[in-house]
Design a protein around this ligand. Structure first.
Ligand SMILES: Cc1cc2nc3c(=O)[nH]c(=O)nc-3n(C[C@H](O)[C@H](O)[C@H](O)COP(=O)(O)OP(=O)(O)OC[C@H]3O[C@@H](n4cnc5c(N)ncnc54)[C@H](O)[C@@H]3O)c2cc1C
Length: 393
Protein backbone atom coordinates (compact mmCIF):
# COMPACT_ATOMS: atom_id res chain seq x y z
CA UNK A 1 0.00 0.00 0.00
CA UNK A 2 1.26 3.48 -0.85
CA UNK A 3 0.58 6.09 1.85
CA UNK A 4 2.33 8.94 0.08
CA UNK A 5 0.38 12.07 -0.84
CA UNK A 6 -1.00 12.27 -4.36
CA UNK A 7 0.45 15.09 -6.46
CA UNK A 8 -2.38 17.50 -5.60
CA UNK A 9 -2.28 16.57 -1.91
CA UNK A 10 1.50 17.10 -1.83
CA UNK A 11 0.98 20.53 -3.39
CA UNK A 12 -1.64 21.43 -0.77
CA UNK A 13 0.66 20.20 2.01
CA UNK A 14 3.48 22.37 0.67
CA UNK A 15 1.10 25.34 0.50
CA UNK A 16 -0.01 24.69 4.09
CA UNK A 17 3.58 24.43 5.29
CA UNK A 18 4.52 27.68 3.60
CA UNK A 19 1.55 29.43 5.24
CA UNK A 20 2.37 27.98 8.66
CA UNK A 21 6.09 28.77 8.33
CA UNK A 22 5.19 32.38 7.65
CA UNK A 23 2.26 32.89 10.05
CA UNK A 24 1.91 30.16 12.69
CA UNK A 25 2.32 31.49 16.22
CA UNK A 26 4.53 29.81 18.80
CA UNK A 27 2.04 27.56 20.67
CA UNK A 28 3.74 27.99 24.03
CA UNK A 29 3.84 31.77 23.75
CA UNK A 30 0.20 31.68 22.75
CA UNK A 31 -1.28 29.25 25.23
CA UNK A 32 1.27 28.19 27.82
CA UNK A 33 0.90 24.57 28.92
CA UNK A 34 -2.90 24.38 28.70
CA UNK A 35 -4.19 25.37 25.23
CA UNK A 36 -7.87 25.08 26.14
CA UNK A 37 -7.79 27.26 29.25
CA UNK A 38 -10.50 29.94 29.09
CA UNK A 39 -7.94 32.74 29.47
CA UNK A 40 -6.54 31.84 26.02
CA UNK A 41 -9.66 32.76 24.07
CA UNK A 42 -8.24 35.95 22.53
CA UNK A 43 -5.13 34.08 21.37
CA UNK A 44 -7.35 31.48 19.68
CA UNK A 45 -9.41 34.23 18.09
CA UNK A 46 -6.33 35.98 16.68
CA UNK A 47 -5.05 32.70 15.21
CA UNK A 48 -8.47 31.93 13.69
CA UNK A 49 -8.52 35.40 12.08
CA UNK A 50 -5.05 34.84 10.60
CA UNK A 51 -6.13 31.50 9.11
CA UNK A 52 -9.28 33.09 7.72
CA UNK A 53 -7.42 36.02 6.19
CA UNK A 54 -5.15 33.59 4.30
CA UNK A 55 -7.86 31.18 3.14
CA UNK A 56 -7.17 28.35 5.58
CA UNK A 57 -10.45 28.48 7.52
CA UNK A 58 -13.31 26.19 6.52
CA UNK A 59 -11.47 24.17 3.86
CA UNK A 60 -14.42 21.80 3.41
CA UNK A 61 -17.10 24.53 3.47
CA UNK A 62 -18.74 25.63 0.22
CA UNK A 63 -17.11 28.65 -1.39
CA UNK A 64 -20.45 30.48 -1.18
CA UNK A 65 -20.03 30.57 2.61
CA UNK A 66 -16.38 31.57 2.68
CA UNK A 67 -14.84 28.09 2.49
CA UNK A 68 -12.68 26.49 -0.19
CA UNK A 69 -14.98 23.64 -1.19
CA UNK A 70 -12.26 21.02 -0.64
CA UNK A 71 -12.71 17.47 0.67
CA UNK A 72 -12.09 15.88 4.10
CA UNK A 73 -8.61 14.63 3.10
CA UNK A 74 -7.48 18.20 2.43
CA UNK A 75 -8.79 19.19 5.87
CA UNK A 76 -6.92 16.29 7.44
CA UNK A 77 -3.69 17.34 5.69
CA UNK A 78 -4.03 20.85 7.12
CA UNK A 79 -4.88 19.44 10.57
CA UNK A 80 -1.77 17.24 10.42
CA UNK A 81 0.44 20.19 9.55
CA UNK A 82 -1.09 22.23 12.42
CA UNK A 83 -0.61 19.28 14.79
CA UNK A 84 3.10 19.08 13.82
CA UNK A 85 3.38 22.61 15.18
CA UNK A 86 1.23 21.79 18.22
CA UNK A 87 -1.57 24.01 16.95
CA UNK A 88 -4.10 21.19 16.72
CA UNK A 89 -6.41 22.15 19.54
CA UNK A 90 -8.58 25.21 19.14
CA UNK A 91 -11.50 26.74 20.97
CA UNK A 92 -13.10 27.23 17.55
CA UNK A 93 -13.27 23.47 17.07
CA UNK A 94 -16.96 23.11 18.08
CA UNK A 95 -17.91 25.89 15.68
CA UNK A 96 -15.74 24.85 12.74
CA UNK A 97 -16.07 21.08 12.94
CA UNK A 98 -19.59 20.69 14.26
CA UNK A 99 -21.75 23.83 14.06
CA UNK A 100 -20.80 24.99 10.56
CA UNK A 101 -21.37 21.66 8.77
CA UNK A 102 -24.66 21.17 10.65
CA UNK A 103 -25.97 24.60 9.64
CA UNK A 104 -24.81 23.97 6.07
CA UNK A 105 -26.73 20.66 6.03
CA UNK A 106 -29.91 21.64 7.90
CA UNK A 107 -30.08 25.46 8.14
CA UNK A 108 -32.35 27.86 6.29
CA UNK A 109 -30.74 30.23 3.79
CA UNK A 110 -31.17 33.02 6.33
CA UNK A 111 -29.40 31.02 9.05
CA UNK A 112 -26.50 30.19 6.72
CA UNK A 113 -26.06 33.84 5.75
CA UNK A 114 -26.29 35.01 9.37
CA UNK A 115 -24.04 32.54 11.20
CA UNK A 116 -21.43 30.98 8.89
CA UNK A 117 -19.40 34.08 7.99
CA UNK A 118 -18.78 35.40 11.54
CA UNK A 119 -17.95 31.86 12.72
CA UNK A 120 -15.31 31.33 10.06
CA UNK A 121 -13.84 34.81 10.52
CA UNK A 122 -13.30 34.22 14.24
CA UNK A 123 -15.84 36.87 15.24
CA UNK A 124 -18.28 34.52 16.99
CA UNK A 125 -17.42 31.59 19.23
CA UNK A 126 -19.73 28.58 19.59
CA UNK A 127 -20.12 25.87 22.20
CA UNK A 128 -21.97 22.57 22.28
CA UNK A 129 -24.82 22.24 24.81
CA UNK A 130 -25.70 18.56 24.44
CA UNK A 131 -24.66 16.63 27.59
CA UNK A 132 -26.72 16.76 30.78
CA UNK A 133 -26.10 15.34 34.25
CA UNK A 134 -28.29 12.33 33.35
CA UNK A 135 -27.62 12.16 29.62
CA UNK A 136 -24.10 11.74 28.25
CA UNK A 137 -23.47 8.39 26.59
CA UNK A 138 -27.23 8.07 26.26
CA UNK A 139 -27.55 11.46 24.59
CA UNK A 140 -31.10 10.80 23.37
CA UNK A 141 -32.13 10.72 27.05
CA UNK A 142 -31.86 14.52 27.44
CA UNK A 143 -34.47 16.14 29.67
CA UNK A 144 -33.92 19.90 29.09
CA UNK A 145 -37.40 21.11 28.01
CA UNK A 146 -38.35 23.57 25.29
CA UNK A 147 -42.06 24.48 25.22
CA UNK A 148 -43.67 26.50 22.50
CA UNK A 149 -45.42 29.76 23.35
CA UNK A 150 -46.63 31.27 20.06
CA UNK A 151 -43.55 32.18 18.02
CA UNK A 152 -41.28 31.73 21.04
CA UNK A 153 -39.69 28.74 22.78
CA UNK A 154 -39.33 28.70 26.57
CA UNK A 155 -36.38 26.61 27.73
CA UNK A 156 -35.74 25.11 31.17
CA UNK A 157 -33.07 22.64 32.18
CA UNK A 158 -29.37 22.04 32.76
CA UNK A 159 -26.48 21.21 30.45
CA UNK A 160 -23.04 20.14 31.64
CA UNK A 161 -19.44 19.69 30.45
CA UNK A 162 -20.05 22.48 27.92
CA UNK A 163 -16.53 23.28 26.63
CA UNK A 164 -15.88 27.00 26.21
CA UNK A 165 -19.44 27.96 27.25
CA UNK A 166 -18.27 30.87 29.40
CA UNK A 167 -16.65 32.55 26.37
CA UNK A 168 -19.14 31.61 23.70
CA UNK A 169 -21.49 33.87 21.79
CA UNK A 170 -23.75 30.99 20.66
CA UNK A 171 -24.45 27.41 21.63
CA UNK A 172 -25.95 24.48 19.76
CA UNK A 173 -28.65 23.16 22.04
CA UNK A 174 -30.68 19.95 22.12
CA UNK A 175 -34.02 20.09 23.92
CA UNK A 176 -36.91 17.74 24.62
CA UNK A 177 -39.93 19.13 22.80
CA UNK A 178 -42.24 16.11 22.94
CA UNK A 179 -41.95 13.69 25.89
CA UNK A 180 -44.93 11.61 24.70
CA UNK A 181 -43.00 9.91 21.87
CA UNK A 182 -39.92 7.60 21.95
CA UNK A 183 -36.80 9.47 23.06
CA UNK A 184 -35.11 9.97 19.67
CA UNK A 185 -38.31 11.36 18.14
CA UNK A 186 -39.09 14.21 20.56
CA UNK A 187 -35.88 16.28 20.35
CA UNK A 188 -35.42 19.69 18.66
CA UNK A 189 -32.14 21.43 17.82
CA UNK A 190 -31.66 25.17 18.54
CA UNK A 191 -29.03 27.86 17.89
CA UNK A 192 -28.94 29.66 21.21
CA UNK A 193 -27.55 33.21 21.71
CA UNK A 194 -25.60 32.85 24.97
CA UNK A 195 -26.49 36.39 26.12
CA UNK A 196 -30.22 35.55 26.32
CA UNK A 197 -31.62 36.37 29.79
CA UNK A 198 -32.02 33.27 31.99
CA UNK A 199 -28.74 31.58 31.00
CA UNK A 200 -26.23 31.06 33.80
CA UNK A 201 -22.82 29.57 33.00
CA UNK A 202 -20.79 28.25 35.94
CA UNK A 203 -17.23 27.20 35.01
CA UNK A 204 -16.11 23.80 36.33
CA UNK A 205 -12.62 23.76 37.84
CA UNK A 206 -10.62 20.80 36.51
CA UNK A 207 -7.92 18.85 38.28
CA UNK A 208 -5.25 20.44 36.03
CA UNK A 209 -6.50 23.80 37.38
CA UNK A 210 -8.04 24.72 34.03
CA UNK A 211 -11.67 25.74 33.63
CA UNK A 212 -12.37 25.05 29.99
CA UNK A 213 -15.80 23.61 30.55
CA UNK A 214 -18.89 24.61 32.49
CA UNK A 215 -22.33 23.80 33.81
CA UNK A 216 -25.00 25.77 31.93
CA UNK A 217 -28.35 26.45 33.61
CA UNK A 218 -31.35 27.56 31.55
CA UNK A 219 -34.21 29.17 33.48
CA UNK A 220 -37.20 30.39 31.46
CA UNK A 221 -34.92 31.25 28.56
CA UNK A 222 -37.07 32.66 25.72
CA UNK A 223 -35.85 32.45 22.15
CA UNK A 224 -37.70 33.03 18.84
CA UNK A 225 -38.64 30.15 16.57
CA UNK A 226 -36.07 31.49 14.06
CA UNK A 227 -33.41 29.98 16.40
CA UNK A 228 -34.68 26.48 15.62
CA UNK A 229 -32.53 24.39 13.28
CA UNK A 230 -34.40 21.80 11.26
CA UNK A 231 -37.84 20.43 11.98
CA UNK A 232 -39.65 20.47 15.33
CA UNK A 233 -38.87 17.02 16.85
CA UNK A 234 -36.37 16.41 14.03
CA UNK A 235 -33.34 17.34 16.16
CA UNK A 236 -31.84 13.85 16.37
CA UNK A 237 -30.97 13.85 12.66
CA UNK A 238 -29.26 17.25 13.04
CA UNK A 239 -27.41 15.98 16.13
CA UNK A 240 -26.12 13.00 14.14
CA UNK A 241 -24.75 15.42 11.50
CA UNK A 242 -22.97 17.30 14.29
CA UNK A 243 -21.42 14.20 15.84
CA UNK A 244 -20.37 12.70 12.50
CA UNK A 245 -18.60 15.93 11.56
CA UNK A 246 -16.87 16.04 14.94
CA UNK A 247 -15.16 12.78 13.98
CA UNK A 248 -14.06 14.03 10.57
CA UNK A 249 -12.90 17.38 11.93
CA UNK A 250 -10.81 15.69 14.60
CA UNK A 251 -9.06 13.49 12.02
CA UNK A 252 -5.35 14.23 11.95
CA UNK A 253 -5.49 16.39 15.08
CA UNK A 254 -2.96 14.19 16.83
CA UNK A 255 -2.73 15.33 20.41
CA UNK A 256 0.45 13.38 21.12
CA UNK A 257 3.85 13.72 19.45
CA UNK A 258 6.34 10.94 20.05
CA UNK A 259 9.19 13.34 19.20
CA UNK A 260 8.50 15.30 22.40
CA UNK A 261 8.82 12.16 24.51
CA UNK A 262 11.95 11.10 22.59
CA UNK A 263 13.51 14.52 23.19
CA UNK A 264 12.82 14.27 26.92
CA UNK A 265 14.31 10.77 27.03
CA UNK A 266 17.47 11.94 25.24
CA UNK A 267 17.80 14.79 27.73
CA UNK A 268 17.44 12.46 30.75
CA UNK A 269 19.33 9.37 29.63
CA UNK A 270 20.46 8.77 33.24
CA UNK A 271 16.85 8.01 34.25
CA UNK A 272 16.19 5.35 31.60
CA UNK A 273 16.18 1.83 33.02
CA UNK A 274 15.33 -1.29 30.94
CA UNK A 275 11.66 -1.24 32.01
CA UNK A 276 11.27 2.41 30.97
CA UNK A 277 13.06 1.67 27.69
CA UNK A 278 10.65 -1.19 27.01
CA UNK A 279 7.59 1.01 27.67
CA UNK A 280 8.92 3.81 25.48
CA UNK A 281 9.37 1.42 22.57
CA UNK A 282 5.79 0.19 23.10
CA UNK A 283 4.51 3.78 22.95
CA UNK A 284 6.43 4.26 19.70
CA UNK A 285 4.90 1.04 18.31
CA UNK A 286 1.36 2.11 19.22
CA UNK A 287 1.99 5.49 17.61
CA UNK A 288 3.10 3.81 14.37
CA UNK A 289 0.06 1.49 14.42
CA UNK A 290 -2.19 4.52 14.82
CA UNK A 291 -0.54 6.23 11.87
CA UNK A 292 -1.47 3.20 9.76
CA UNK A 293 -5.03 3.18 11.08
CA UNK A 294 -5.27 6.88 10.29
CA UNK A 295 -4.03 6.15 6.75
CA UNK A 296 -6.82 3.59 6.44
CA UNK A 297 -9.42 6.16 7.49
CA UNK A 298 -7.99 8.70 5.03
CA UNK A 299 -8.06 6.07 2.26
CA UNK A 300 -11.74 5.40 2.97
CA UNK A 301 -12.57 9.11 2.95
CA UNK A 302 -10.67 9.43 -0.33
CA UNK A 303 -12.97 6.77 -1.80
CA UNK A 304 -16.00 8.72 -0.59
CA UNK A 305 -16.77 6.17 2.16
CA UNK A 306 -17.49 7.38 5.70
CA UNK A 307 -15.27 5.75 8.33
CA UNK A 308 -17.31 3.67 10.72
CA UNK A 309 -15.89 1.63 13.59
CA UNK A 310 -12.32 2.70 12.62
CA UNK A 311 -13.01 6.09 14.23
CA UNK A 312 -14.01 4.36 17.47
CA UNK A 313 -10.89 2.18 17.51
CA UNK A 314 -8.80 5.25 16.74
CA UNK A 315 -10.36 7.29 19.55
CA UNK A 316 -9.88 4.42 22.00
CA UNK A 317 -6.24 3.94 21.02
CA UNK A 318 -5.37 7.66 21.09
CA UNK A 319 -6.73 7.97 24.64
CA UNK A 320 -4.68 4.97 25.73
CA UNK A 321 -1.56 6.28 24.00
CA UNK A 322 -1.91 9.74 25.59
CA UNK A 323 -2.31 8.27 29.07
CA UNK A 324 0.69 5.97 28.66
CA UNK A 325 2.86 8.73 27.15
CA UNK A 326 1.93 11.17 29.94
CA UNK A 327 2.77 8.54 32.53
CA UNK A 328 6.10 7.92 30.79
CA UNK A 329 6.83 11.65 30.72
CA UNK A 330 6.36 11.89 34.49
CA UNK A 331 8.42 8.76 35.08
CA UNK A 332 11.33 10.15 33.09
CA UNK A 333 11.07 13.53 34.81
CA UNK A 334 11.25 11.81 38.18
CA UNK A 335 10.98 13.96 41.34
CA UNK A 336 10.89 17.08 39.17
CA UNK A 337 7.40 16.04 38.10
CA UNK A 338 6.15 16.92 41.56
CA UNK A 339 6.19 20.58 40.51
CA UNK A 340 2.64 21.54 39.54
CA UNK A 341 3.34 23.31 36.25
CA UNK A 342 4.68 21.76 33.08
CA UNK A 343 3.65 20.15 29.82
CA UNK A 344 3.93 16.57 31.06
CA UNK A 345 2.16 17.31 34.33
CA UNK A 346 -0.64 18.99 32.41
CA UNK A 347 -0.88 16.15 29.92
CA UNK A 348 -1.00 13.64 32.78
CA UNK A 349 -3.87 15.51 34.43
CA UNK A 350 -5.77 16.01 31.15
CA UNK A 351 -5.30 12.48 29.77
CA UNK A 352 -8.21 10.94 31.76
CA UNK A 353 -10.59 13.35 29.98
CA UNK A 354 -9.58 11.80 26.66
CA UNK A 355 -11.16 8.52 27.80
CA UNK A 356 -14.51 10.31 28.24
CA UNK A 357 -14.82 13.29 25.84
CA UNK A 358 -16.51 12.60 22.51
CA UNK A 359 -17.75 9.16 23.69
CA UNK A 360 -16.26 7.08 26.50
CA UNK A 361 -13.91 4.11 26.06
CA UNK A 362 -16.73 1.70 26.86
CA UNK A 363 -18.99 3.23 24.21
CA UNK A 364 -16.21 3.04 21.59
CA UNK A 365 -15.66 -0.62 22.56
CA UNK A 366 -19.38 -1.29 22.11
CA UNK A 367 -19.29 0.26 18.63
CA UNK A 368 -16.20 -1.71 17.62
CA UNK A 369 -17.64 -4.94 19.06
CA UNK A 370 -20.92 -4.58 17.20
CA UNK A 371 -19.71 -3.20 13.87
CA UNK A 372 -16.29 -4.79 13.47
CA UNK A 373 -16.51 -8.05 15.40
CA UNK A 374 -20.19 -8.63 14.60
CA UNK A 375 -21.10 -9.23 18.24
CA UNK A 376 -24.78 -8.99 19.28
CA UNK A 377 -26.18 -5.50 19.90
CA UNK A 378 -26.72 -4.32 23.45
CA UNK A 379 -30.24 -5.18 24.63
CA UNK A 380 -32.54 -2.12 24.53
CA UNK A 381 -35.57 -1.77 26.72
CA UNK A 382 -36.55 1.71 25.52
CA UNK A 383 -37.51 0.91 21.92
CA UNK A 384 -40.99 2.22 21.12
CA UNK A 385 -41.49 3.53 24.69
CA UNK A 386 -42.53 7.18 25.19
CA UNK A 387 -39.74 9.26 26.82
CA UNK A 388 -42.06 10.20 29.72
CA UNK A 389 -42.62 6.51 30.53
CA UNK A 390 -38.90 5.64 30.74
CA UNK A 391 -37.40 5.13 34.21
CA UNK A 392 -35.04 8.08 34.85
CA UNK A 393 -32.17 8.50 37.29
C1 LIG B 1 -12.92 17.20 28.09
C2 LIG B 1 -14.38 17.03 27.86
C3 LIG B 1 -15.05 17.96 27.07
C4 LIG B 1 -16.43 17.81 26.84
N1 LIG B 1 -17.06 18.78 26.11
C5 LIG B 1 -18.41 18.69 25.94
C6 LIG B 1 -19.11 19.74 25.26
O1 LIG B 1 -18.54 20.73 24.81
N2 LIG B 1 -20.45 19.64 25.13
C7 LIG B 1 -21.15 18.57 25.60
O2 LIG B 1 -22.36 18.53 25.41
N3 LIG B 1 -20.51 17.55 26.29
C8 LIG B 1 -19.16 17.61 26.45
N4 LIG B 1 -18.50 16.61 27.16
C9 LIG B 1 -19.29 15.54 27.75
C10 LIG B 1 -19.10 14.18 27.11
O3 LIG B 1 -19.71 14.11 25.85
C11 LIG B 1 -19.67 13.14 28.09
O4 LIG B 1 -18.91 13.21 29.29
C12 LIG B 1 -19.63 11.74 27.55
O5 LIG B 1 -20.54 11.60 26.49
C13 LIG B 1 -19.97 10.71 28.65
O6 LIG B 1 -21.16 11.03 29.29
P1 LIG B 1 -21.24 11.09 30.90
O7 LIG B 1 -20.09 11.91 31.39
O8 LIG B 1 -22.61 11.52 31.25
O9 LIG B 1 -21.00 9.60 31.40
P2 LIG B 1 -22.10 8.37 31.43
O10 LIG B 1 -22.74 8.32 30.12
O11 LIG B 1 -22.96 8.66 32.64
O12 LIG B 1 -21.17 7.19 31.67
C14 LIG B 1 -20.69 6.81 32.99
C15 LIG B 1 -19.91 5.51 32.84
O13 LIG B 1 -20.78 4.46 32.36
C16 LIG B 1 -20.27 3.89 31.17
N5 LIG B 1 -21.36 3.57 30.24
C17 LIG B 1 -22.42 4.35 29.91
N6 LIG B 1 -23.21 3.71 29.02
C18 LIG B 1 -22.62 2.52 28.77
C19 LIG B 1 -22.95 1.42 27.93
N7 LIG B 1 -24.03 1.47 27.14
N8 LIG B 1 -22.11 0.36 27.91
C20 LIG B 1 -21.00 0.32 28.69
N9 LIG B 1 -20.64 1.33 29.53
C21 LIG B 1 -21.44 2.41 29.56
C22 LIG B 1 -19.38 4.98 30.57
O14 LIG B 1 -18.40 4.43 29.72
C23 LIG B 1 -18.78 5.62 31.80
O15 LIG B 1 -17.68 4.89 32.25
C24 LIG B 1 -17.14 16.71 27.40
C25 LIG B 1 -16.45 15.79 28.19
C26 LIG B 1 -15.11 15.93 28.43
C27 LIG B 1 -14.40 14.92 29.30
Amino acid sequence: MDFRDSESHAALRAEARAFLDAHAPDPYEMYGDDPLNASNIEAHRAWQKTQHAHGWAGLTWPEAFGGRGLGPIEQIIFNQECARRELGLTMFMPGLCMVGPTIIAHGTEEQKQRYLGPLLAGDEVWCQLFSEPSAGSDLAGIGCRAERDGDTWVINGQKTWSSGAADSDYGILLCRTDPTVPKHEGITYFLLPMDTPGIEVRPIRQMNDGDHFADTFLNDVRIPDSCRLGEVNGGWACAMTTLMNERIGMGGMESFRFDDLAALVRERRDRIDPVTRDRIVKVWGWGKTLELLNARIVTKLGMGVMPDAESSVMKLAIARLMSEAADMGLRVLGPEALGRQGTWQNQFLFAPAMHVAGGTDEIQKNVAAERTLGMPKEPRTDRGVAFEDLPRG
